[in-house]
Design a binder for this molecule. Sequence first.
Ligand code: ATP
Ligand code: MG
Ligand code: MG
Ligand code: MG
Length: 475
Amino acid sequence: MITATQIRRAFLDYFVANGHAEVASSSLVPREDPSLLFTNAGMVQFKKVFLGQDKRDYSRAATSQKCLRVGGKHNDLENVGRTARHHTFFEMLGNFSFGDYFKEEAIRLAWGFLTDELKLPKEKLYATVFRDDDEAIGLWKKIAGVPAERIFRLGEKDNFWSMGDTGPCGPCSEILIDQGEHMSCGPNCGIGQCDCDRFLEIWNLVFMQYDQIAPGNRVSLPRPSIDTGMGLERVSGVCQGVYSNFDSDLFSPIIAATADLAGVKYKTDEDTDTALRVIADHCRSMVFLVADSILPSNEGRGYVLRRLIRRAFRFGRLMGLKDPFLHRVCPTVVDVMGVQYPEVVEGMDFMTRVVREEEERFSDTLDKGLDILEQEMAAARAANSSVISGEAAFKLYDTYGFPLDIITDVAGKQGFSVDEEGYKACMGEQKARAKKAWKGSGETDLAGQFKKLLETGLKSRFTGYEALSGESRVV
Ligand code: ATP
Ligand code: MG
Ligand code: MG
Ligand code: MG
């Protein structure tokens, strides 16, 4: 069996052999880019190169990039556990051309890697193109010999890629693999028709041509370029002959470690399985977020980390795990990922401590909050309603530290929805009150965060303002 580590290495070696510079992953926290909460694709570290504002001493590059898709344009939090292919944290393998090669070479290289190096079966591979991109269709036929019936034209949603509301973008062409009839979601299953995992999207080739300056305002890039992204977890699952990323060797040790702690077996009960998958997913995110200097907090990036830890902890509770346990799963993540990312090995002691402290903080209030939520649901039921009020949800957040997604998870499972508008209104009011009461200099975040670091004895990890710069935007 080919391991994920071998696939990652084979990918980088293949592109180096084809004239690309191997470039290290950048941080999950994008540098100098307030438009983005987290790095959500391989191209993020090259954004300015595409825009012609920065020059490198190479015009072709290949990376294995750490990505996080929670919040912003690309948000997969709700997909985790629901599909077999989405994670919050994942690795994107990518090759890039900065005004060097364009469509033809991008297709040739991608096809060569999948079919010559990884030996994926050609007859199971499909291509999609953006609407009337006849040129790409012609290239798929000419270079790869993909027949017309396995090439699909899709619209903006699938085949026009952009990193966010602004920034480099362009039409794209994707490679999908048919995982087989047994994965079908029903009679309407098909490319561009459903969102199931049968036709699994593995690789996106973006033909970077524009800069989206503002909504409705797009200009051409100085030079047409290439940006591609292939999920390592997906391609590993495919190459390892499993039908879920969670069964690949990137996840199975983490799931096994969690199952062990909980005294359960994976694949015996649907709810337990979901919990194990969510926990494995979120543990990877925690490890990498802390390694990139994010700490749990009530705002911005720190709040995303807090939500992930609390959400994972609550899923543990569903399996009967009462005591803090996530920090005991994290070292397995380091075992799996340390080979490529030395920062998680270096940061391991610090990270387990941060996670444990956050778990402890939350475990004190979890039961109480769950009781209150039960009472709210009982009261709603008695009043013939299936909605949890915004005020109740906000109180759970404010007093018991329940992020909204936990409330919607728990309530949703029992058929209740949450008045999110009402919740946001309460949040807005509280923010307005806090602002009114604040008489300081406007440096609250930095000073407060630094103080917190000192108080909790974490100052040895202080890495300058880089650690704090993430607090500027709320999800
Ligand atoms: P999907 O349609 O499955 O949500 P996407 O079109 O949003 O994927 P892209 O933005 O094209 O994904 O990203 C490039 C590649 O990165 C995808 O083809 C896939 O292999 C991988 N990828 C994207 N999102 C995730 C995720 N949440 N978890 C794991 N891999 C992902
Ligand atoms: Mg997506
Ligand atoms: Mg897609
Ligand atoms: Mg895509």
